[in-house]
Write a protein that binds this ligand. Structure first.
Ligand code: PHE
Length: 342
């Protein structure tokens, strides 16, 4: 008998009551008429009357302890539930943070590029992604048989004999045509935006990507102005210690033309996997605006000259954030995007 009382006393002490369910379980086990404490009282009849007062006292103490524990737990639970409002919301709990959205990594890089060129006096021009074949190719001095006009490279939306093509622009240069047709020099614009090319999709190339092109037309604009502008931009964008390299190149709309490399800012030019051990990263094409393009837009190339440049934004984004697949930039997977909240 003594052992039973002691065992139940220990059990009562050990129980923790954290919820209404546990409180009820406690009541059913220890406090009700058929509970284990009451059944010990029933056994009182069976023991020696001389020992009854002692056991009676032990049992009474046990019952009081159980009742006290029950009351305390009940009050505690009631107090904590009164912290909740009528709707069951506990206003004292710390708030849950929600992902409010963030600027896409491509837009963050584009934003930096725009800020640098804006500070140099360039304004932003935009145009439609659905372009005419004439703005995308003819006005830019592409010969009629240029391979870029091939279905393999360009997404044509409509091609009819005797009519202008409708296509998804393959670069943002047609925006520069639109600006030249509308405005008189001096012209100083950058054209950021999405462009489309019918390429094999892989971790490194996608059918849509972002470009930022620039155009500067005024009297006596020289290749030295182009170099100085690119020089200033790259130092601000990639770091003051990057080296630049201009390689002769060809574009139908610029003459002379060049491709620009920066010393690899990941390995400092020593050679790594990203720059394919060359120490250089190709970042843009550029050149002096072709006289034919100026003429096409009603600007006299004997009076004016200008330079243009164009670069991809996505590759720089991949390098900056160490993202290894360009497709991630276009899938809009929230698990990827929320890593870029600032
Ligand atoms: N339009 C070219 C391209 O998409 C880039 C470029 C722009 C090159 C301006 C030279 C001058 O590849």
């Amino acid at each position: 008998m003594k052992e039973s009382v002691e065992a139940i006393r220990q059990e009562v002490n050990a129980v923790t009551i954290k919820s209404a369910g546990e409180l009820e379980a406690f009541r059913l086990r220890f406090l009700v008429r058929k509970g284990c404490v009451a059944s010990l009282f029933d056994k009182l009849r069976e023991i020696d009357p001389a020992e009854r007062p002692e056991y009676g006292k032990l049992l009474n103490d046990l019952r009081k302890a159980a009742e006290r524990k029950y009351e305390e737990a009940r009050k505690e639970l009631e107090a904590s539930s009164s912290r909740k409002t009528r709707h069951g919301i506990d206003l004292t709990l710390p708030g849950r943070r929600r992902f409010l959205g963030s600027e896409h990594p491509v837009q963050q890089v584009l934003g930096d590029m725009k800020r640098i060129f804006s500070a140099m006096g360039f304004t932003i021009a935009t145009g439609p992604e659905l372009e005419s074949g004439s703005n995308n190719f003819d006005m830019l001095n592409f010969p009629p048989d240029h391979p870029a006009r091939d279905m393999q490279d360009t997404f044509f939306i409509r091609r009819r004999d005797g009519e202008d093509d409708i296509l998804l622009r393959t670069h943002t240069s047609p925006v520069q045509i639109r600006v030249m047709l509308e405005e008189k020099p001096p012209i100083r614009v950058i054209c950021p935006g999405k462009v489309y090319r019918n390429e094999a999709i892989s971790a490194r190339s996608y059918c849509v990507f972002h470009q930022l092109e620039g155009l500067y037309i005024d009297r006596k604009v020289s290749f030295a102005d182009l170099k100085a502008t690119i020089f200033s931009f790259t130092k601000q964008m990639f770091g003051s210690d990057v080296q630049l390299r201009f390689r002769p190149s060809f574009f139908p709309f610029t003459e002379p033309s060049a491709e620009v490399d920066v010393s690899c800012y990941l390995c400092g030019g020593k050679g790594c996997r990203v720059c394919k051990q060359s120490g250089w990263l190709e970042i843009m094409g550029c050149g002096m605006v072709h006289p034919n393009v100026m003429r096409n837009c009603g600007i006299d190339p004997d009076d004016y000259s200008g330079f243009a440049f164009g670069m991809g934004v996505d590759r720089t984004t991949l390098l900056r954030y160490r993202i290894d697949d360009i497709r991630l930039l276009f899938e809009n997977d929230i698990r990827m995007l929320e890593q870029f909240s600032q």
